[in-house]
Design a protein around this ligand. Structure first.
Ligand code: 6PG
Length: 483
């Protein structure tokens, strides 16, 4: 409780696992906090877990709101979608002008944009804040991406700085930008998360089905990778997964899990928005598509019978060389995945006037969140050096890293393709790179075709204007028209 007002500093709506853990994290840092949930069982759980800490839980919305210091800072951690709207509807009449309501879930950024406008009209500050790190992150330090009114942010800053993960003593939270900027950035974080997870899954596929590695050998590969430049949260947990036994058995749990991946939608949203903003993020698109393909289990089983070929196996005389190439190929594809995500952020920043600081975003992703990795230091340095960097692949240091890893990527993609092992995210990353570095793409032909069948016109090299050709005309003079 605040010493001056006898009221709680911060409020939480929704006392599920994430909500409770985040509140307990705040209490650990000395903040007096209040929680609200209609479910008495959740309230009782928080009271129990928060015993001896400055924590109070309520089942009455009115009592909860009245217990908070004004202007109030309240965070909601409830499932994205309609529930957020119904909570807002219930809470707004209880709040006063100047209060801040924060949505800490994975809401779609367009919903957040709408809610900011609706609540601003009522004198309230609405914040969309991406929180990454899962249960453990919420309790011990997440990465947080708050977007909304900048002045209101200063009110919440001390609490956020205290509870966020720290890297080199610096908190993994920063003001992201106006409106829905926070939720947009969190969505792209998740898109990158999908890309990296798919790359790791394909790595597993190659090690298991290509090189016939057993789980222990796979564990050792990820263990080694986690000690080098691939060091990251996702590689780290993958290493653990390949050592985790199904309870009461002698085999690994991962082998018992169905090969049908679920998704809550943030990866798909990232791809949808990227299409809208005409910014290609092909590795992330592939990752979303592969989760979808995995769900067609029955179809895949039929096709597996129909198209069964001889056992696919790599020419694995020298597995050490292939694993070394795979490390390079992963590093290469990982760089491409982050590059695509950063490119999308840059485009959105311009189109939606989010005014994003890409260096700051890379910095707060270095700790607490799911995509934290050693490589984010290089991303941070690249945008620090040149805030207007058009694309991460144009950075000098990144260029060197790519040049070193590229032969590995080419070798692995061609070996996997020849052996019939699906590595679509690796292949897509490589093709994206090859197209990206093309001075001249074959798109002139697409323009010619469009004009041929639909008179859609084209532009000419070194000539002003827009042209159309009668591709089937008999006379020379009818051929080309400047339209
Ligand atoms: C995080 C995660 C989290 C996300 C899960 C599941 O940053 O902590 O991104 O927000 O909800 O990873 O996402 P999917 O169900 O879409 O895989």
């Amino acid at each position: 409780m605040s010493e001056t007002s006898n009221k709680y500093t911060f409020g939480m709506i929704g006392l599920g696992t994430m909500g409770r853990n985040l509140l307990l994290n705040m209490a650990d840092h000395g903040f007096a906090v209040a929680g609200f949930d209609k479910n008495p069982a959740q309230v009782a759980l928080l009271e129990k877990e928060g015993h001896g800490k400055p924590v109070k839980a309520f089942t009455s919305a009115h009592d909860f709101v009245q217990s908070l210091q004004t202007p109030r800072s309240i965070i909601m951690l409830v499932p994205a979608g309609k529930i957020v709207d119904s909570v807002i509807k219930e809470m707004t009449p209880l709040l006063d002008k100047g209060d801040i309501l924060i949505d800490g879930g994975n809401s779609h950024f367009t919903d957040t944009t709408r809610r900011v406008t609706e609540l601003e009209a009522k004198g309230l500050h609405f914040f969309g804040m991406g929180i990454s790190g899962g249960e453990e992150g919420a309790r011990k330090g997440p990465s947080m991406m708050p977007g909304g009114d900048k002045q209101a942010y200063s009110q919440m800053k001390p609490v956020f700085d205290a509870i966020a993960a720290k890297v080199d003593g610096e908190p993994c939270v920063t003001y992201i930008g106006p409106g829905a900027a926070g939720h947009f950035v969190k969505m792209v974080h998740n898109g990158i998360e999908y890309g990296l997870m798919q790359l790791i899954a394909e790595t597993y596929e190659l090690l298991k089905n290509g090189l016939k590695f057993d789980n222990d050998a796979i564990h050792k590969v990820f263990e080694k990778w986690d000690e080098g430049r691939l060091q990251s949260f996702l590689i780290d947990i993958t290493k653990d997964i390949f050592a985790f036994k199904a309870p009461g058995t002698d085999h690994l749990l991962v082998d018992d899990i169905k090969d049908e991946a679920r998704a809550k939608g943030t990866g798909k949203w990232t791809s949808q928005v990227a299409m809208d903003l005409e910014t290609p993020i092909t590795t992330i698109d592939t990752a979303v598509a592969m989760r979808d393909l995995s769900k067609y289990k029955q179809l895949r089983e039929k096709a597996a019978t129909l198209y069964s070929t001889e056992e696919t196996q790599l020419d694995n005389d020298n597995t050490d060389t292939i694993v070394a190439e795979l490390e390079k190929a992963f590093f290469f594809s990982m760089i491409i995945t982050y590059s695509q995500g950063m490119h999308l952020l840059q485009k959105a920043s311009k189109d939606f006037q989010y005014n994003l600081n890409l260096d700051e975003i890379a910095k707060i992703w270095r700790g607490g969140c799911i995509i934290r990795s050693l490589f984010l230091n290089d991303i941070f340095n690249a945008y620090q050096k040149d805030p207007s960097l058009q694309h991460l692949l144009l950075d000098g240091k990144v260029k060197e890293l790519i040049a070193e890893a590229l032969p590995g990527a080419r070798s692995i993609v061609s070996k996997a393709t020849a052996a019939g092992i699906a590595m679509p995210a690796y292949a897509s990353s490589l093709s994206y790179f090859d197209a990206f570095r093309s001075k001249r793409m074959p798109s002139n032909l697409i323009q010619a075709q469009r004009d041929y069948f639909g008179a859609h016109t084209y532009e000419l090299i070194g000539k002003e204007g827009v042209f159309h050709t009668q591709w089937l005309a008999e006379n020379e003079e009818d051929l080309i028209h400047n339209t």
